[in-house]
Write a protein that binds this ligand. Structure first.
Ligand SMILES: NC(=O)c1ccc[n+]([C@@H]2O[C@H](COP(=O)([O-])OP(=O)(O)OC[C@H]3O[C@@H](n4cnc5c(N)ncnc54)[C@H](OP(=O)(O)O)[C@@H]3O)[C@@H](O)[C@H]2O)c1
Length: 321
């Protein structure tokens, strides 16, 4: 099978398209032909090995798993021992970060429980762009954040995958939503329905004197004290990711009493089946950058890392037209 291979940490341009043996599904795994995948923060960090602290997870000197990619939509082509949940030919999708990984390939072996059935009416590209960012947004706003109708919401890092889903979820509850990001994304965000957009290169949302009931952050860069300034007395702050040092200090702040500061621990694919009717009807959908061809992946990882994308960078599988 063809796959994108990362042999050492460095620029995405050093990635190579290689011919490798097809993986063999192990106990309770299924083999999936990848029809579409996406680029995520995980891929940028895994390929570049930065922030360096992540090398404790990816491999100290070189990536332990050489094929990047964590999100997919595709078809089951073979079943491993004791795999009973799926049949050959089933159209599935999922965030494979709990054990599959390596979706930048023609074929990938995935634990059967990490997959969900693609909701009727969705293309492979549309489905692949959902699991990771939609779950982060849903679990932040609805799960931890307990968003109520009409509450004032601010999304920091709003032009990416999480932000564009968070906007749709908050709008379903009739909430006014502000978004913070930069560059050409600000115009797209206005078109998408953000009530106000802020350029983080010009303004600091914690210094505007504005208060929000819920702040969802995809790129935490500030201290708990600064972030608290942007919250109403009953306001909640939920980060899904960001600067590792800031996340550690937020964790300590929470331990020492800042109970409205939350760090989300993603439960992959948890809510996808319950959201399927909204996805099938188009009431909730991914904002897609692409779809691009598989061989463009090195360039696309750079595009993602430099923040030139809006929404999800989606990629067709090998030889998928
Ligand atoms: N909680 C968990 O369990 C878990 C699991 C996996 C991943 N994650 C995290 O979840 C997040 C995924 O977010 P995503 O997919 O939406 O990422 P994304 O597509 O990269 O979007 C993030 C956006 O934030 C913008 N940004 C960068 N610096 C900023 C700043 N200082 N202030 C405001 N905006 C800024 C980026 O723009 P520019 O690049 O143009 O500046 C980009 O448009 C990542 O942080 C990832 O590490 C969390």
């Amino acid at each position: 099978m063809k796959a994108i291979v990362c042999e050492r940490y460095g620029a995405p341009e050093q990635l190579q398209l290689r011919e490798l043996p097809a993986p063999v599904p192990k106990d309770r795994q299924v083999l999936v032909r990848v029809h579409a995948t996406t680029v995520n923060d995980y891929d940028w960090s895994m390929v570049t090995g930065s922030p360096r602290i992540y090398r404790l997870i990816f491999g100290l000197f070189l990536p332990r798993r050489p094929i990047p990619g964590m999100e997919l939509a595709g078809k089951v082509v073979a079943l491993g021992p004791n795999a009973t949940r799926w049949r050959v030919g089933d159209a599935v999708y999922g965030d494979t970060s709990n054990g599959g990984l390596g979706t930048f390939a023609e074929l990938v072996a995935v634990p059967e429980d990490e997959l969900r059935r693609i909701p009727p009416g969705l293309t492979f590209v549309e489905a692949a762009a959902l699991p990771h960012a939609l779950e982060l947004a849903y679990q932040a706003l609805v799960g931890v954040g307990q968003l109520k109708a009409g509450e004032r919401v601010l999304i920091n890092g709003a032009g990416g995958g999480v932000g564009t889903f968070a906007l749709q979820l908050a709008k379903r509850q009739g909430c006014p939503v502000w978004g913070v990001d930069t560059g050409a994304k600000l115009q797209t965000m206005t078109t998408m329905g953000f009530d106000r957009v802020i350029d983080y290169k010009q303004d600091d949302f914690t210094q505007l004197g504005e208060r929000f009931d819920l702040v969802v952050d995809a790129k935490t860069k500030r201290s708990a004290k600064e972030l608290a300034r942007a919250l109403t007395p009953s306001g909640r702050y939920i980060t899904v990711g960001g600067d590792p040092g800031r996340l550690i200090s937020l964790m300590f702040a929470r331990w020492f009493g800042a109970k409205r500061m939350h760090i989300l621990m993603l439960k992959s694919n948890k809510n996808l089946d319950e959201l399927a009717p909204l996805l099938s009807s188009g009431a909730l959908k991914a904002v897609i950058d692409g779809p691009y061809d598989f061989h463009e992946l090195p360039r696309l990882i750079r595009r993602f890392g430099e923040g030139l994308h809006t929404g999800k960078v989606a990629v067709r599988g090998v030889d998928v037209p």
